[in-house]
Design a protein around this ligand. Structure first.
Ligand code: CA
Length: 217
């Protein structure tokens, strides 16, 4: 999963990034509305976290322009508590909102729910053969037995499972697992696929030569 945080309060943005990275979620930051809009339009993010009061271009205008082209799920951070504002936000293209201050657990839960909805996956538990993925607890079992995955391995398994039945290219996996600061070797995806097969079975992910990887629907 890869998220863009558009927030000009640098301390809050970095704290959010640190918290999300612990769960294997790759995060990019933008502290200005114009930069944020550009990044959101050019990178295939799984979701955006958007502050409303931003320099350059405010959050509402950003959302309006983004919605002309992209359906990326957007969670708005708002300092306001007025019902009218919330209604306007949801009508203006936001998928959900959180009023500051908020607990990181709530942010994670709402993000997870937005991403599942975007993947048309209403249930928090995904099943692929004998593998069960609990996207709330972020745990995986195989034939009922817990499997220890690193946060990045979990992120890969969840991403493939949310898109099961689709051939997912190497570069798409890379784009969704790494942020713009990570200068990782390009074979890292193959290494993770290999680890996941070792832990969840060879047949969990199939290779489509020259196209990418697929988890059976
Ligand atoms: Ca702000």
């Amino acid at each position: 999963m890869r998220i863009l945080i558009i927030e000009d309060e640098v301390d809050l943005a970095s704290a959010l990034r640190r918290a999300l990275e612990k769960f294997g979620i790759a995060c990019d930051l933008a502290s200005d509305g114009r930069d944020g809009l550009y990044q959101a339009q050019t990178v295939g993010y799984d979701a955006l976290i958007l502050d409303l009061m931003l320099p350059g271009l405010d959050g509402r205008a950003l959302l309006r322009q983004l919605r002309e082209r992209k359906r990326t799920p957007v969670l708005v951070l708002t300092a306001r508590d007025a019902l009218r504002d919330k209604v306007d936000l949801l009508n203006g293209g936001a998928d959900d909102y959180l009023t500051k201050p908020f607990a990181i657990e709530e942010l994670l839960a709402r993000l997870g729910s937005l991403i599942r909805r975007a993947a048309q996956e209403p249930r928090p538990t995904l099943e692929v053969g004998t593998v069960r993925i609990d996207s709330v607890a972020r745990t995986v079992t195989r034939e009922g037995v817990p499997v220890a995955l690193t946060p990045k391995e979990y992120a890969l398994v969840e991403y493939l499972a949310l898109h099961r039945g689709e051939v997912v290219s190497h570069s798409r996996i890379y784009e969704h697992l790494y942020d713009d600061r990570e200068d990782t070797l390009s074979n890292v995806v193959d290494v993770y696929i290999c680890n996941v097969r070792r832990k969840l079975g060879r047949d969990f992910v199939r290779t489509r030569r020259g196209e990418g990887y697929v988890v059976d629907a």
